[in-house]
Write a protein that binds this ligand. Structure first.
Ligand SMILES: [Zn+2]
Ligand SMILES: [Zn+2]
Length: 470
């Protein structure tokens, strides 16, 4: 059956009476059967809507300029036009257009048309995904999750990636029924990362770029928080909030009497878990604001653990994972974590049985950190004003390149600048008794080092008094 404009008009005719089923009268089985039948109808209708949205996008393609369909109807983009017509969210409209562009609407009689180079030609591995949508077997959200997770191929991608992505797409299609859309998306990202470690770094960066936090004052005096956390930030914030609320979440029973008492206290707490979560976040921020700037936060034990195989780390290939999270993290992130928090080797036998813990890779001692903090006075990145309490200790010479834990081989960097150093090709060097920051070639082709002098007024005064500096 092909949907025609006439049949659509008949189905959508608002002058014909339509009432939702009387769900209250249905048996359990009928109710579930109805839900499943409606989902099936919904997938077919969405497939049709996506196809139409894809065609709207085609007729609004950029090279048509003002003559494009969307522009002629006063919408800046086809997505906005689709959203205006459908009344859905901007995200839904974007998904609809993206998936619609994958669906091949040409038939055997249509003359080949070069302007119809669709998204399907750029990503041929998504062809079976588009077919599953068109056949009503896959929802738009599922298809978009697979598309986004598997990513794109460009000239930097390893050879033959297209074929392996095709196998990955088929695998995802096979077990999409047993996954939520979120699971499907992270499974797709994971498969992609396994195929192409550069994509893991890239995917991580793309996710991180989308992070934000908004405080929106409401009319009634409350303020709504909305935002997006990248996986690593989510692991940090999540573990802090979990720690404050976990005994309530039906966790293990506590043998330790202290923990048992704490669990009981929490159970008596009249606040909801959500209220406790918010209170603890506010409390953390309050404590953070009052933190003694002379204490280095980086000395604390890390709240998140990252797992990586020794081979990936040694060979610089592959990726790591944050314990308890499905998404891969790049080796840059793994190295940054090791840089500031150290690493514990865990030995496994051939059967995958964990057998032993190695010694923690040596870190600067608390005394050394105090000295480094006094010397640097805060993040040494030029122009940054974060105090020592916000900083992590970065090792300019990494331990696996033979860098030791001397005071000389440790500088303070705030988390943002530590990220920049490890993930974006910046470098800290120690030359002629001075620390310098070297930008990556993408920012300064000459890679001219920038001075990164101490931020400590006391150190400057000391050097002045002893006549070392003018
Ligand atoms: Zn570092
Ligand atoms: Zn900084």
């Amino acid at each position: 059956m092909t949907i025609t404009t006439d049949s659509l008009a008949a189905i959508g005719d608002l002058s014909v009476a339509f009432a939702p089923p009387n769900a209250a009268r249905m048996s359990d089985d009928e109710l579930l059967a109805a839900q499943s039948a409606l989902a099936q109808i919904g997938r077919r209708v969405s497939a049709a809507a996506a196809t139409v949205a894809g065609e709207i996008a085609h007729r609004s393609r950029p090279d048509l300029g003002e003559q494009g369909l969307a522009r002629r109807r006063g919408a800046r983009t086809p997505e906005i036009l689709v959203q205006q017509i459908s009344g859905g969210s901007a995200d839904d409209a974007r998904s609809l257009v993206r998936v619609g562009r994958l669906i091949d609407t040409t038939d055997a009689d249509t003359a080949p048309d070069p302007s119809r180079e669709s998204a399907a030609d750029e990503a041929p591995w998504l062809k079976p995904v588009a077919e599953a949508v068109a056949a009503g077997r896959l929802s738009i959200a599922q298809a978009d999750a697979i598309r986004g997770g598997l990513g794109t191929v460009d000239e930097h991608s390893p050879a033959g990636l297209g074929e392996t992505l095709a196998r990955a797409a088929l695998e995802l299609l096979r077990d999409c029924g047993s996954h939520t859309v979120e699971k499907l998306a992270s499974r797709a990202r994971f498969l992609r990362a396994e195929l192409d470690a550069a994509a893991a770094a890239d995917g991580e960066r793309r996710l991180r770029e989308r992070r934000y936090l908004h405080l929106i004052p409401q009319r009634d005096g409350m303020t709504r928080i909305t935002g997006l956390l990248d996986p690593e930030s989510a692991a940090l914030v999540g573990s802090a909030i979990d720690a404050a609320t976990s005994p309530r979440r039906g966790g293990p029973r506590f043998v330790d009497p202290d923990e048992g008492n704490r669990a009981e206290e929490l159970a008596r707490d009249p606040r909801s878990i959500e209220q406790i979560a918010l209170d603890s976040m506010v409390e953390l921020i309050r404590i953070g604001g009052q933190a003694d700037a002379s204490k280095v936060l980086g000395a604390r034990r890390p709240a998140v653990r990252i797992l990586v195989t020794a081979r990936d780390l040694a060979e610089g290939t592959g990726f790591g994972t944050i314990e308890g999270q499905a998404d891969p993290v790049s080796l840059d992130t793994v190295r940054r974590t090791i840089c500031s928090a150290g690493a514990v080797p865990i030995m496994f036998d051939r059967n995958g049985q964990g057998v032993d813990l190695g010694r923690t890779v040596r870190l600067h001692t608390a005394r050394q950190r105090l000295i480094i903090a006094a010397r640097d006075g805060g993040c040494i990145f030029p122009g940054c004003d974060r105090p020592p309490s916000w900083c992590e200790v970065h090792h300019p010479e990494t331990w696996h390149r033979g860098g030791g834990t001397s005071i000389e081989n440790g500088v303070l960097l705030c988390r943002h600048h530590h990220l920049l150093i490890h993930n974006d090709g910046w470098e800290v060097i120690h030359r002629d008794g001075e620390y310098q920051v070297v930008p990556p070639a993408s920012i300064d082709p000459a890679r001219k080092p920038l001075p990164a002098p101490s931020k400590s007024p006391t150190l400057r005064r000391l050097l002045h008094q002893t006549g070392v500096a003018g």
